[in-house]
Design a protein around this ligand. Structure first.
Ligand code: APR
Length: 175
């Protein structure tokens, strides 16, 4: 089974099959990594997201815990999987299950699309306020469980944007 790896850096620069975006349910872009990905991918990404949103009306384009795949346009990667993490509300609103679902559904969608390399940001640990230590534990456990079901995934990167996350993931992967 593939062993997840950790790198520190900008996910928009990675030449993997797919990068995962920590989006919001509108898929219309935002700040953080969502903003960085939309800026780097260019306007065609928003156009595709608007098409998906129109097709899914009156429902929301992407529910929390779910995942949607699009092209990557001007990015070096080939696809983007947009997933919506939970907003941290203290831990009693099913946040851990929703966060685990983000990693699981993104990985299953990548495998179903025939992809072999995927990079994840630290979903929900920025604007959505999920405690980094708790999020790292959920992410590693969810990915480890799902990798058993996705044998074609050969490279899985956790892309950390700060040292705190990097150290937390290093500790979690040693467990
Ligand atoms: N590459 C990798 N990681 C990044 C990058 C980048 N270029 N930019 C930011 N990050 C990191 C942040 O430091 C954080 O660790 O991504 C992690 C996720 O933080 P956010 O991007 O704030 O995402 P999240 O906490 O899931 O909040 C989602 O923010 O941008 C909006 O539209 C988005 O409403 C949604 C919300």
């Amino acid at each position: 089974m593939t062993k997840p790896e950790i790198i520190c850096g900008d996910i928009t620069k990675l030449d993997v099959d797919v990068i995962v975006n920590a989006a919001n349910s509108s898929l219309m872009g935002g700040g953080g990594v969502d903003g960085a990905i939309h800026r780097a991918a260019g306007p065609q990404l928003l156009a595709e997201c608007m098409k998906i949103a129109a097709e899914r009306r009156p429902g929301s384009p992407c529910q929390a815990g779910d995942a949607v795949i699009t092209g990557a346009y001007q990015l070096p990667c080939t696809y983007i999987i947009h997933t919506v993490g939970p907003i941290w509300q203290g831990g009693g609103q099913g946040e851990a299950e929703i966060l685990a679902s983000c990693y699981r559904k993104s990985l299953l969608l990548a495998a179903k699309t025939g992809l072999t390399s995927i990079a994840f940001p630290n979903i929900s640990t920025g604007i959505y306020g999920y405690p980094k230590d708790k999020a790292a534990a959920v992410a590693v456990e969810s990915v480890r469980k799902t990798l058993d079901e996705t044998p074609n995934i050969q490279l899985l990167l956790f892309v950390c944007f700060d040292e705190e996350n990097y150290n937390l993931y290093e500790k979690e992967l040693k467990n």
